[in-house]
Design a binder for this molecule. Structure first.
Ligand SMILES: NC(=O)c1ccc[n+]([C@@H]2O[C@H](COP(=O)([O-])OP(=O)(O)OC[C@H]3O[C@@H](n4cnc5c(N)ncnc54)[C@H](OP(=O)(O)O)[C@@H]3O)[C@@H](O)[C@H]2O)c1
Length: 433
């Protein structure tokens, strides 16, 4: 049986998972794919750390470049992470015409165009099934299963850390920072969780999804990105009473020649499929013109789910190398253009608004007048029995559909009013229309 040599860069969480997966299921893979995967070299900074898997120490090295250049290495697996040295490694492997497997969403979101162009130029592939939604075979679903469809929209819960925190907050009523600490103690959140809780990790994945579905590269700086940092337990509780749950959602939709691409916490009706996605699980709802709606669900991160996706890419590439096929299998469109983000101010949605207002006659009339002047009509108002802050009480509004720009303009006027206690909390209601 043909042997295909693997060079692994980064022997961390996912790297060790890849080694474990190949050791455990190597025979099964060989039987299914007709090729044998052989780990030729592993590069990491620290060669002494226990990685939880046994390897022949002679294949370990500090020198990633020597792994890439090794003639016995047919496929380079980049699991170092980050956007600096990993970029250098990837570009060097591609320059040598070696296919690359990566889980590095940050790098693909930032430098995808450059990396894919390098693969194209050298007639080789970059595969990245693990970069979006970890263990869920979403990239394959989009690039193969739905190749005959126009993708109309994708809505995804793409960050397990945030979903774990939100599930804890809503299920057990714990405050944000306590839920974050629990996520860290359980190993679901990094010591520095900013990338996750501020929405950037989800944004990286959303950019990759837009690239796959529409063939456009969207600069991260053009996206509206809101995370869940400091989200109040109070809002989750009000939402629950109104029949909603709060999720951090990536939305990717085509609007004419533009893409509506955003990440933010949203309210989702409790009966919706995505509302029941809890804990560290991810899910993506895809709407496309021929098949209609399809839903993809599973573990979006972690050593084993991510390793499973990485190894599936390795197997695809190994099969290609073994058969000598000249077909490109990288799942990206043939040409990548720079995409334009649809102006978020023009997006029409319903909104949840929590204002801090004095409990006095005439107050609601003044608020409704401002909302009305900005073309926002109110579906419901609820003065809650929540905690009174000084002379202010929380008042929750649900609006009918309105432009985001109008809602923001109205809130600027409202929050500038002397009688208002603190900045209004606004959360979009996602109706998946
Ligand atoms: N963990 C997940 O669940 C998950 C899920 C989806 C995607 N990913 C992606 O997978 C990639 C790897 O993530 P991970 O969680 O496995 O990270 P990790 O545990 O930090 O592993 C990265 C490893 O690479 C090593 N490294 C750093 N610089 C190196 C260099 N110059 N040469 C060789 N090795 C080097 C690191 O060593 P030091 O620790 O000494 O720096 C570390 O052992 C990232 O792109 C990440 O975004 C991870």
């Amino acid at each position: 049986m043909r042997e295909i040599g693997i060079g692994l860069l980064g022997f961390g969480t996912v790297g060790a998972g890849v080694v474990e997966c190949i050791q455990k299921n190597g025979n099964l893979i060989a039987e299914r794919a007709g090729v044998r995967l052989v780990l030729r070299k592993i590069a990491d900074v620290d060669l002494k750390r226990n990685r939880g898997v046994k390897v022949d120490r002679s294949i370990l090295t500090n020198d990633a470049m020597s792994v890439i250049a090794d003639p016995a290495v047919d496929i380079v697996v980049e699991l170092v992470g980050g956007t600096t040295i990993a970029r250098t490694f990837m570009l060097e492997a591609l320059r040598l015409g070696k296919p690359v497997v990566t889980a590095n969403k940050a790098l693909l979101a930032k430098c995808g165009k450059e990396v894919f162009a390098a693969a194209d130029k050298n007639g080789t592939d970059v595969c990245f099934e693990a970069a979006v939604a970890g263990g869920i075979p979403l990239i394959r679903a989009l690039s193969r299963g739905l190749v005959a469809d126009n993708i109309e929209s994708m809505h995804g819960i793409l960050n397990g850390t945030c979903n774990y925190i939100l599930t804890k907050m809503s299920g057990e009523g714990v405050p944000f920072y306590e839920a974050l600490q629990e996520a860290q103690a359980a190993g679901f959140a990094e010591a520095n969780p900013g990338l996750d809780i501020d929405g950037h990790d989800t944004a990286h994945k959303a950019v990759i999804l837009a690239l796959l579905a529409y063939g456009v590269g969207i600069p991260l700086s053009a996206m509206r990105i809101e995370g869940i940092r400091g989200l109040a337990r109070e809002d989750i509780e009000h939402a629950r009473k109104l029949g909603y749950c709060v999720k951090l959602l990536a939305s990717v939709r085509r609007i004419g020649n533009e893409v509506d691409l955003r990440v933010s916490p949203v309210l989702i009706q409790a009966g919706h499929m995505l509302a029941s996605v809890n804990g560290v699980f991810n899910a993506v709802l895809v709407r496309s013109d021929v098949v209609g709606e399809t839903l993809y669900y599973g573990k979006g991160a972690g050593r084993r789910p991510t390793a499973s996706a990485v190894v599936s890419d390795i197997v695809d590439l190994a099969r290609k190398l073994a058969t000598g096929s000249t077909d490109r299998i990288s799942p990206f469109p043939r040409s990548i253009k720079t995409g334009k983000v649809h102006d978020p101010r023009q997006i029409v949605s319903r909104y949840y608004l929590r204002m801090s207002l004095p409990d006095k006659p005439g107050v609601l009339g003044r608020i409704c007048a401002v909302l009305g002047r900005n073309g926002i009509s109110i579906a419901s108002v609820r003065q809650t029995d929540g905690v009174k802050t000084g002379r202010h009480v929380p008042v929750v509004f649900v609006t009918h559909s309105a432009k985001e720009g109008s809602v923001d303009a109205a809130l600027r006027q409202i929050d500038a009013m002397k009688m208002v206690g603190s900045r209004t909390i606004r959360i979009r209601i996602e109706d998946f229309e």
